[in-house]
Ligand binder design. Structure first.
Ligand SMILES: Nc1ncnc2c1ncn2[C@@H]1O[C@H](COP(=O)(O)OP(=O)(O)OP(=O)(O)O)[C@@H](O)[C@H]1O
Ligand SMILES: [Mg+2]
Length: 357
């Protein structure tokens, strides 16, 4: 196949304003990672054309006659920036890997996603979306400190630090004001869940899913760094200090429930091909799991959480990158020359809804 590998590099981003927070470009990619994705795809015998997914994409794709795009584009700006390249590819009629426009627009917006999770009775912390720092505090959060404040539509822990934990109304209003001013988008304020960070990753599409071993942040990490949250400092600035357990030492019943919640979240958001769902376990309620978010375009760099989980499963980074292509091709009914790696997994539980795809 002829595959266009689409990326957004930090070095190609429009200049952020000089007062932008230090983590403004943390979602964007780097040339070494793109080289690794390209190598993985070429190893499958494909012709790969790496290119920036920006406003020049239409002219770059013109006359190239690609069979498919491998999409890793986070987008440079806008509330639905992860959906922009897929929207363009839909207009051009070029197939692409990963989730479609509606899902990527939805899941970049954490509050909207939580409204859908709540509709399906899936557990997610109580929340309120703030559009200004003096919005009245709604009854479901009033007096329930500590609360947690984060930008509504970011990833890679942007805008998340120890200051996200707010213990009274003046801290809350100050942090909401800071986030509104720095990230220029609404602020999500949630009930603070004290406990372990857990993440569950998978590739494939129902019912051909491969769920990786569950990963859990090591408690030492919070103790060593003195920061009890997995924000941009731990994800990027101090990435070398990362400590985690994979597979997580969790009781079988809880692990099964986390997998069930992950698959349900993938289904209700119509996420395709690969995903990672982030949870916190409530230490004060028997490790009850709460869904923080779904990453419908999860990072797949050589050190991303999804890669570490795949490696704990005996896969290489290249296996993971390639498996996303395989999942997309199977979903679209395209021929696979290589033996399928994605195995059907047997579950002890029954899905609530039938597959719409
Ligand atoms: N309601 C909450 N209660 C406690 N901790 C939270 C809460 N929300 C977020 N956190 C902390 O912040 C971390 C990052 O949160 P979240 O996954 O929402 O951010 P993100 O930037 O989208 O992450 P990603 O890198 O996965 O894109 C969590 O892993 C957790 O440590
Ligand atoms: Mg997350």
């Amino acid at each position: 196949m002829r595959i266009a590998l689409l990326y957004n590099l930090a070095e190609n981003a429009p200049q952020p304003d000089p007062n932008a927070p230090h983590d403004a470009l943390y979602e964007l990619d780097h040339p070494g990672n793109v080289a690794a994705y390209a190598e993985a795809l070429r190893a499958g015998g494909h012709e790969v054309f790496p290119m920036e997914g920006d406003t020049g994409l239409v002219s770059r794709l013109k006359d190239l006659n690609v069979d498919l795009c491998y999409n890793t584009c986070e987008g440079f700006r806008g509330d639905a920036r992860e959906a922009q390249v897929p929207a363009l590819l839909e207009m051009l009629g070029v197939p692409y890997t990963g989730s479609k426009v509606m899902t990527l627009a939805l899941t970049l917006d954490k509050a909207m996603t939580k409204r859908i999770l709540a509709y399906y009775g899936l557990p997610t912390p109580a929340f309120q979306e703030f559009f200004s720092a003096d919005d009245p505090i709604e009854a479901r959060l009033a007096g329930r400190y500590p609360l947690f404040a984060k930008p509504n539509s970011e990833g890679t822990g942007k805008g998340i630090s120890e200051k996200s934990i707010v213990r009274n109304e003046s801290e809350l209003r100050a942090q909401v004001a800071y986030l509104l001013n720095s990230y220029h988008e609404s602020v999500l304020v949630e009930q603070y869940i004290e406990g372990n960070d857990v993440t569950v990753g998978l590739v494939g599409n129902w019912p051909d899913l491969h769920i990786f071993p569950i990963s859990m942040l090591a408690n030492e990490l919070y103790e060593d760094t003195g920061v009890p949250v997995y924000g941009s400092a731990l994800k990027v600035d101090q990435a070398d200090a990362y400590k985690y357990h994979c597979p997580a030492p969790l009781p079988a019943e809880l692990a099964d429930e986390l997998r069930r919640l992950t698959v349900e979240t993938m289904r209700v958001t119509e996420t395709l091909d690969f995903a990672r769902v982030d949870f916190r376990l409530d230490r004060h309620d028997n490790n009850r799991p709460y869904i923080l978010e779904i990453n419908s375009l999860p990072g797949i760099t050589p050190i991303s959480d999804l890669t570490l989980m795949a490696q704990a499963n005996g896969w290489t980074h290249a296996d993971l990158v390639y498996s996303v292509l395989e999942a997309a091709m199977r979903r679209m009914g395209l021929q696979l020359d290589l033996p399928a790696r994605i195995m059907r997994q047997e579950y002890s539980w029954v899905p609530a809804r039938s597959n719409r795809r």
